[in-house]
Design a protein around this ligand. Sequence first.
Ligand SMILES: NC(=O)c1ccc[n+]([C@@H]2O[C@H](COP(=O)([O-])OP(=O)(O)OC[C@H]3O[C@@H](n4cnc5c(N)ncnc54)[C@H](OP(=O)(O)O)[C@@H]3O)[C@@H](O)[C@H]2O)c1
Length: 237
Amino acid sequence: MKAIVFGASGATGKLVVQQLVKRSVLVRIVMRASAIIPSQFLDDKRIEIVTGNINDFDVQKIKDLVKDCNFVICCLGHNISLKGIYGSPHKLVYNTVAKVIESLQVHKMKPKFILMSTTAYTNKKSGESNTFGEKLLFFLLKYLLPPHKDNVLAADYLVYKLGSQSNINWVAVRPDSLFDEESESCYEIHNYKLRSPIFNAGKTSRLNVSHFMAELLTNDNLWREWEYKTPVIYNKE
Ligand SMILES: NC(=O)c1ccc[n+]([C@@H]2O[C@H](COP(=O)([O-])OP(=O)(O)OC[C@H]3O[C@@H](n4cnc5c(N)ncnc54)[C@H](OP(=O)(O)O)[C@@H]3O)[C@@H](O)[C@H]2O)c1
């Protein structure tokens, strides 16, 4: 089994790589030249490092990168800095998702695709709705915080453009407020948000997100349960 991880230098992406390797999956990672590569990745023969910026890759290049992969994971996100939030590319995640999906359309292996999304995404197609206060704040965020808009567009692409009739197998995993913990802990997965991400946010450890993603990819029953859905993940309190 082989996976490709975009955003593998990120806090969650690198944990996803570790979880996959632990499950005997070979992993190809794509990193910017400026990214700090975890030292254990450099010495691990199961990890292939491709240096480059996903923004500069065209669909043909991505086709070449994904062609022998069973799993494709996107853990990209805007860096928390002025440049990361307000600089280009504003549509980092959306553009990557659109290019990856295009590159998978004729893929013979029909890989499983996971997008790291967020509880700030409301899946209205599945019946989720926002309160008046949330609507107001999400409206403001859409215009004031480009990464929020990017995350919404990327998830909308899967939910509306692909939907469940697509020949692309996808899941968009939605963590609440991310934090780091030393070891895996109990977590719960829901079809819908149980809490307001704005007024009553829950917590989700990155390690648990990576664990859930790796389980989804390597456990077909779990995948079937969540395919074409936007599961929300919270740490158990
Ligand atoms: N913060 C939260 O509470 C929260 C909650 C739910 C969901 N999320 C979502 O989850 C995402 C991932 O979270 P995280 O903490 O694991 O993210 P992170 O550590 O910031 O990782 C972001 C990844 O994206 C890459 N990246 C950033 N800007 C790029 C660009 N212009 N071109 C190419 N690659 C770029 C980074 O590469 P470099 O290493 O090269 O910079 C890194 O690999 C978030 O960004 C957000 O969308 C966040």
